[in-house]
Design a protein around this ligand. Structure first.
Ligand code: PHE
Length: 344
């Protein structure tokens, strides 16, 4: 029994100063394993009386339990220390500067489109879409430009075959929207999108460009509604001091038709190179929807009136950001594009 208690003392001493899980495991194998000192001490049991054996058994069990418990406790302590050490070493220093990934910038045309969408959605409009490959029917016929009409010469169109073409304006979306509404107003839409014309590319012309169509159909719509709407557009896009001016014009799908000028935001209307010293900049075409168009598109012109407008997005972006060459929009020159950083 003395031998047993000696083993226990020695084991507990070694366990208490043990500093690694590996050493602890070695101690466990040594003291509790089959070839350890405990087993050796048990061998003497065969020479004992029954009573001696019983109390020896009790003590040896207790010693085994104590050693096991000491090992278990130490194991928990060592594991905890190991975990703490790990956590300490793995601590993330959130004050370190991170490796920043280069952020793309938003394209100036997308910026203008999104700004227009926000503005008109805020006034209760929804955003409509139509195909860029369009039929002659929607692009021309329903816009009151029948075959042979001189207005077909106003735009030089890319034809795919006799009936299919690349839309030369976003106005066919007017017809598509009206026909879908089946003669029932109100309609309030804008349609930003790509348009195509057989223009020779230069600083202000591009065979592919973008427009934003607007269409409102309801009862009691007058030219005053159109004017108020466009005035708001001018102020929101070019500054609160902007004014608009309507000049008589001609579009087959609107009657009356107007060209809309905005007072120059560059010189406040005093005259500068941007407005060619006139104080005014032409920005869009508009007008009251021609009753013939209303009729062809399923609306009763005796009941419904409407206005429409078509804004050139490149033109707005060029004026707003002082861009002097339309080709910049379609080049992939990062020096140009990176100037337009995200506002958010
Ligand atoms: N579709 C015309 C154009 O491309 C613009 C416009 C739209 C004019 C709507 C009046 C009304 O030139």
């Amino acid at each position: 029994m003395d031998e047993l208690l000696k083993i226990k003392e020695e084991a507990l001493d070694k366990i208490s100063v043990c500093t690694s899980l590996k050493d602890l495991n070695d101690l466990r194998v040594f003291y509790l394993g089959k070839k350890g000192p405990m087993q050796a001490a048990m061998k003497s049991m065969k020479d004992m009386t029954k009573e001696e054996r019983a109390s020896f058994g009790q003590v040896s069990n207790k010693v085994k339990q104590d050693i096991t418990k000491a090992i278990e406790d130490k194991k928990v302590a060592l594991e905890e220390a190991e975990m703490n050490e790990k956590i300490k070493n793995e601590k993330i220093d959130i004050t370190l500067p991170s490796t920043t990934l280069p952020l793309g910038s938003i394209h100036p045309l997308s910026m203008v489109r999104e700004e227009l969408e926000d503005l008109f959605i805020g006034m209760g409009y929804s955003v409509a879409e139509g195909p860029e490959v369009e039929t002659d029917h929607y692009n021309f016929e329903l816009m009151n430009i029948p075959a042979g009409h001189p207005a077909r010469d106003m735009t030089d169109t890319f034809y795919i075959n006799d009936t299919l073409l690349m839309r030369c304006h976003t106005s066919p979306v007017q017809a598509r929207t009206m026909l879908k509404a089946q003669g029932k107003g109100p309609i309030k839409i804008i349609c930003p999108g790509k348009t195509y014309r057989r223009d020779d590319d230069d600083a202000t012309h591009s065979h592919q460009f973008s427009q934003c169509e607007g269409l409102v159909i309801d009862k009691n719509i007058t030219m005053a509604d159109l004017k108020g709407t466009l005035e708001l557009f001018a102020k929101k896009m070019f500054g609160e001091k902007r004014e608009i001016r309507l000049r008589p014009s001609y579009f087959p799908f609107t009657e009356p038709s107007v060209e809309v000028d905005i007072s120059c935001h560059n010189c406040d209307g005093k005259g500068c190179p941007m407005c060619k010293y006139t104080g005014w900049i032409e920005v869009l075409g508009a007008g009251m929807v021609n009753p013939k168009v209303l009729e062809m598109c399923g609306f009763d012109p005796e009941v419904y009136q409407g206005f429409a407008f078509g804004i050139g997005l490149e033109r707005v972006a060029m004026l707003k950001y002082g861009i002097d060459n339309i080709r910049n929009f379609y080049s992939d020159d990062l020096r140009f594009l990176n100037q337009f950083t995200r506002k958010d």
